[in-house]
Design a protein around this ligand. Structure first.
Ligand code: NAD
Ligand code: UDP
Length: 312
């Protein structure tokens, strides 16, 4: 079978680097496009010897053109401290990044995949979150550049699909963790593990009663491939994440136990608009692809702790 040419924007980031690896294992030609805003050379270094792997240093807000069979549009900082570092650029990345990917997909009649997010549900009033829920998002808060950017990107995807019959695949990703996360990323799993390994105070924002559902990266990437391989009638949006729900205090206790750390908990102010409760309803992904996560939080944390322990 002829090799497919697959573009992964944001390919040097946490999720993008795992996806590039799996796509190469599936015998594709992979083009990794990144501006290294949060991506890192070390994530893709092991792939660089593969002749089917190419890295393009490019900002997705500017148009680009080359032949592709499939596009995974994943470029965008995902951690609140990073997407809030340059909110105008985050918003542009979401919107122009989506537009440029959709234009290229139309040109070659390629499938185009959008990495959307549970953030489109905002501080959800419906729990667990199901795809039919329209969300509760502050349009002008500090999270809006990301939340509204991703909502705008979904709008573009579905308008291109209705107007041009573009072959779209939209996934709403819930909190995912694992190796290749940046220790400086600022998200809760990497923060807690790094703090625990250094026996430093563990920073709980608010009272730690807010919940999140954590999916191990391998489970998520398996889900991405199910969605991309599905026939064109399956557009999403489809939730992907692990339905196990934990408070941040429970997460901290797990990390302390698994690292054997002497860290103490310290409490810091809760950031503005921080969602109180989050858990995906994954019935749709189960029904469409028979997909559900297999890796329990404890096992995924052990693998991630091992990665950070050996991080140099
Ligand atoms: P990440 O920050 O590790 O990766 C993002 C990548 O995009 C980085 O390599 C970065 O350099 C690149 N990038 C950012 N802006 C760019 C631009 N303008 N042009 C080119 N490259 C650019 O984050 P991640 O966790 O791997 O997330 C990847 C995607 O998945 C994002 O779109 C994010 O919104 C989505 N997502 C992730 C999660 C999660 O829990 N990890 C949850 C929901 C959605
Ligand atoms: N959080 C925390 N301590 C940290 C980092 C984050 O208590 O050092 C909390 C944060 O307030 C949020 C949850 O952990 O309630 C998840 O935060 P993260 O930034 O990982 O993702 P998101 O809020 O986008 O789900």
């Amino acid at each position: 079978m002829q090799k497919k040419t697959v573009l992964v924007t944001g390919g040097a980031g946490f999720l993008g680097s795992h996806l590039c690896k799996v796509l190469l294992e599936r015998n594709n030609r992979v083009i990794c496009m990144d501006n290294f805003f949060t991506g890192r050379e070390r994530n893709i270094a092991p792939l660089k010897n593969n002749p089917d792997f190419e890295v393009v240093l490019h900002d997705v807000t500017s148009p680009y053109s080359f032949y592709v069979d499939e596009i995974y549009n994943r470029a965008c900082p995902a951690s609140p401290p990073h997407y809030q570092r340059d909110p105008v650029s985050t918003f542009k990345t979401c919107i122009f990044g989506a537009l440029n990917a959709l234009e290229l997909a139309d040109k070659w009649h390629a499938k185009v995949f959008q990495a959307s997010t549970s953030e489109v549900y905002g501080d959800a009033a419906v729990h667990p979150q199901v795809e039919t829920y329209w969300g509760n998002v502050n349009p002008h808060g500090i999270r809006s550049c990301y939340d509204e950017g991703k909502r705008g990107a979904e709008t573009l995807f579905f308008d291109y699909h209705r107007q041009n019959k573009t072959r779209i695949k939209v996934v709403r990703i819930f909190n995912t963790y694992g190796p290749n996360m940046n220790p400086e990323d600022g998200r809760v799993v990497s923060n807690f593990i790094m703090q625990a390994l250094k026996n430093e105070d563990i920073t709980i924002y608010g009272d730690g009663s807010q919940t999140r559902s954590f999916c191990y990266v391998d489970d998520l990437i398996r889900g991405f491939l199910c969605l991309m391989d599905s026939d064109d009638s399956v557009t999403g949006p489809v939730n992907m994440g692990n339905p196990g729900e934990f408070t941040m205090l429970e997460l901290a206790e797990n990390v302390i136990r698994l690292t054997g750390s002497k860290s103490k908990l310290v409490y810091r102010p809760l950031p503005q608009d921080d969602p109180k409760q989050r858990r995906p309803d994954i019935s749709l992904a189960k029904q469409l692809f028979n997909w559900e996560p297999e890796i329990k939080l404890e096992d995924g944390l052990k693998k991630t702790i091992e990665y950070f322990r050996n991080f140099k």
